[in-house]
Design a protein around this ligand. Structure first.
Ligand code: DP6
Length: 326
């Protein structure tokens, strides 16, 4: 009744922003992402009749309030699927700063789904696991799959699932995660999805997302970095245009965020194949080829306000862990 899983975070090139059903995390558009190999979350879950109440320990601290309630709600879903009335103990540990706009809810809930289902002795199909993980966090559906992943919006629970477009070894791109802040972001994604519709940019972004899907699919299938990078940048800028103009607004960028984006554009003018994208946070993902990665990562660290970088390669699907966190 105890199991552990390690799942990678992911970065979206076509983003999920704004929900059809915020409770069930049903999106308004399909999205496409890359699962990352070095931004991971390890989760151990145990269900037991000897545990008196759910114990949720995230990143070494007891979770409280909204964060705990969200995890408990997900445990309730797992218990419903497994026909179990047992309380659970959950612990997580990540290799990157959580709640900073680096999709830590994606790796957390993907790992929770995989570990939780195993702990309950359930073995659903990968597609079913993606829909279950989605109930914890929308982007977690994509982290259940390895490599280049599309999440089909669907429209109802069973139809909103993710699948691998191409596996991790399809295209050896590098994602240099540029950490400019480790502070938890002030505005969680949940509030952002809810506020998105109030932005005058919302419908424009949605229309572009639908167009971008075909472009990103083709870019992945043909390994076209220019096409992927161009769309990924526009998706990030449109997402942030929506957050900045929504009610209430959210401005995630820090001075170093802008400095990194400007530097990427400057490198491109100089002929380097390098692109950025961001999720809902200040930290930036910089994409380039393996050969340019060492030089670009070093130069990024020299930008004022950049704390460190984390170089990722395409990552695989979650794996069971043999060493438990408790
Ligand atoms: C900006 O998946 O974190 O990273 O479903 O409320 O948990 P919830 O939202 P979440 O939203 C992710 C938003 C994004 C873009 C993306 O990953 O597609």
């Amino acid at each position: 009744m105890k199991a552990t899983a390690l799942a990678g975070s992911n970065i979206a090139f076509v983003k999920y922003w704004g929900a059809l059903d915020p409770e069930a995390h049903l999106p308004l558009n399909n999205s496409i992402s890359l699962t990352l190999d070095q931004a991971n979350t390890l989760v151990t879950i145990e269900f037991s009749p000897h545990i008196g109440h759910d114990v949720v320990e995230l990143e070494g601290r007891m979770a409280e309030g909204r964060v705990r309630a969200r995890v408990v709600r997900f445990l309730d879903e797992l218990r419903r699927l497994g026909g179990s009335g047992d309380h659970a103990r959950v612990a997580s540990k990540s290799t990157f700063p959580v709640a900073t706009g680096l999709a830590s809810s994606a790796s957390l809930f993907a790992a929770m789904a995989v570990a939780g289902l195993a702990a309950l002795g359930l073995a659903p199909s990968e597609r079913e696991v993606t829909t279950i993980a989605r109930l914890g966090s929308g982007s977690a559906a994509r982290s259940v799959c390895g490599g280049w992943v599309e999440w089909v919006a669907g429209g109802r629970h069973e139809d909103s699932y993710a699948y691998t477009l191409r596996p991790a070894d399809w295209w050896p791109l590098r994602d240099i995660i540029v950490i400019v802040s480790e502070a938890p972001k002030e505005s969680p994604s949940l509030a952002g999805h809810a506020a998105a519709r109030s932005s005058p940019c919302f419908l424009g972004r949605l229309a572009r997302a639908h167009q971008h899907l075909a472009l990103v699919r083709t870019a992945v299938l043909t390994r076209d970095l220019e096409a992927l990078g161009t769309v990924g940048e526009e998706e990030a800028l449109l997402l942030h245009a929506v957050t900045m103009t929504a009610d209430p607004p959210a401005l995630y960028w820090l001075p170093a965020t802008v400095a990194v984006m400007r530097q990427v554009w400057q490198w491109r003018r100089e002929g380097l194949p390098v692109y950025f994208t961001l999720d809902a946070g200040a930290n930036v993902h910089v994409f380039t080829t393996p050969e340019h990665t060492p030089q670009i990562a070093t130069s990024l660290c020299a930008i004022e306000g950049v704390q460190r970088t984390l170089v990722c390669q395409p990552g695989g699907a979650p794996v069971p862990g043999d060493v438990h966190l408790f």
